[in-house]
Design a protein around this ligand. Structure first.
Ligand code: GLU
Length: 453
């Protein structure tokens, strides 16, 4: 069978098995870009690698019940999708958000396989979480939920088997409560979770890593095109950990980030986002971006209700580059056309799969546009999680500078590997093809070596 028929048959099998639109979208992006390597090397088809790769090794689903502050029972669904252990222990974050379902976690877990491979470190791919909504919950409710979630999750994770971390809705506080419960249930004080607190096993620079890494990657991408970040006006979406540290690193590189957003709306601060104010509102007060706008004289706040139908308002501002750092499918074809006509010439994805397939096609079709896909651009977070695991297993703690230097090197390597692979497979400049093939090759070759298991 030709490579393209093989790919289409596999995508068809996903559709037949279940109605999972986001997983199908993620699989389509990866599989279509593998055509050059699947045409060149028949062994992957002979060993049914794609047939295996699209099915998680194990899926754990469980009921989570906790008591709210009124003493009432609250019930949620919990999951851990252990997608691939070809390159190491399962690794990937936990997401707490009402939109979490199996489809979403399969997309995230699938992406994680290739992203983790691309870091050059030994990690498998996984994702987990719950449809629990942390918004509006009290501190005590968050604690009780995390404990109840860990009651089940603890049975399937471990420092050498599966190492979860944070994602949307799961930050240092939640990791703390989950780690406490894990330790109580198992008696182990080990590196089973990453993103831990600095005084109990966490790594310096882990909080900053995804945002910093995304900017390091962008810097490499622009340097290759004989450009730089200095003086560039950047639109950033989101206002969580990824967005905050993207903004911090952009300033350090001489760029000017001018936007932030959340599900209620976005802020345009044309003089540049006030980083200290943003940190105070998000990290200390756990507020919204509208609170930022209230506290900052020239900032303009637009409610999501007022966005042009089918678009994301944050992408309507004039900028040189954009950093989607909020969530999946937040940048569609219309958004990218608006960005492009307003002068935007690069996008680096801090979130997972923030651009739709149509938006990606548009970016790749423009000769003067640079696109840094999520698997490569946001891999700094999970890479630094692995650095945390290294520190935990050697019972040591590295300095901020040491971790940051390693992160910077990893991001440079990811860029070079993606860039060179794209060139090797005759898609020069296409980092989607480059990163997917480079990530895939390592995983697929390991699977062949391990036999049919
Ligand atoms: N949730 C992050 C990601 O999407 C980090 C995962 C981790 O550190 O394990 O890559």
């Amino acid at each position: 069978m030709s490579a393209s028929s093989y790919i289409n048959a596999i995508l068809e099998s996903i559709k037949i098995r279940a109605n999972e639109p986001v997983f199908l979208q993620a699989a389509t992006e990866v599989l279509k870009s593998l055509e050059p390597i699947l045409s060149a090397e028949k062994k992957y088809q002979e060993h049914a690698i794609l047939e295996q790769l699209i099915i998680p090794e194990k899926i754990h689903t469980f009921r989570v019940i906790y008591c709210d502050d009124k003493g009432k029972a609250n019930v949620n669904l919990g999951y851990r999708v252990q997608f691939s252990s070809a390159l190491g222990p399962y690794k990937g974050g936990l997401r707490f958000h009402p939109s979490v379902n199996l489809d979403l976690l399969k997309f995230l877990g699938f992406e994680q396989i290739f992203k983790n491979s691309l870091t050059g470190l030994m990690m498998g791919g996984a994702k987990g979480g719950s449809d629990f909504d942390p918004k509006g919950k009290s501190e005590a409710e968050i604690m009780r939920f995390c404990q109840a979630f860990m009651l089940n999750l603890s049975k399937v994770i471990g420092a050498t088997t599966d190492v979860p971390a944070g994602d949307i809705g799961v930050g240092g506080r939640e990791i703390g409560y989950m780690f406490g419960m894990y330790k109580k249930l198992t008696g182990f004080y080990d590196g089973t979770l990453t993103g831990k607190g600095l005084n109990w096993g966490g790594s310096l620079a882990r909080t900053e890593a995804t945002g910093y890494g995304c900017v390091y990657f962008t810097d490499e991408m622009l340097k290759k095109a004989k450009q730089g970040l200095e003086g560039k006006v950047c639109a950033v979406s989101g206002s969580g950990n990824v967005a905050i540290y993207t903004i911090e690193k952009l300033y350090q590189m001489g760029a000017k980030p001018v936007t932030i957003s959340d599900s209620n709306g976005f802020v345009y601060d044309k003089n540049g986002i006030d980083l200290e104010l943003l940190k105070e509102i998000k990290e200390v007060k756990r507020g919204r971006v509208s609170d930022y706008a209230k506290a900052r004289k020239d900032a303009v706040y637009t409610e999501a209700k007022a966005y042009k139908k089918g678009t994301n308002g944050v992408w309507s501002v004039p900028c040189d580059g954009a950093f989607p750092s909020a969530t999946q499918n937040e940048l569609n074809l219309e958004d990218i056309k608006t960005l492009y006509s307003n002068g935007c010439r690069f996008v680096s994805e801090g979130a997972n799969m923030p651009s739709t397939l149509e938006a990606i096609d548009f970016m790749l079709s423009k000769k003067d546009f640079h696109f840094g896909p999520a698997k490569a651009a946001n891999a700094g977070g999970v890479a630094t999680s692995q650095l945390e695991m290294q520190q935990n297993s050697s019972m040591s703690q590295w300095s901020f500078e040491e971790v940051d230097k390693k992160l910077h090197k990893i991001m440079k390597n990811i860029f070079n590997n993606s860039y060179e692979t794209a060139k090797e497979f005759k898609h020069a400049g296409n980092l989607v093809v480059g990163s997917n093939i480079a990530g895939f090759k390592k995983v697929a070759d390991a699977m062949i070596d391990h036999g049919y298991i």
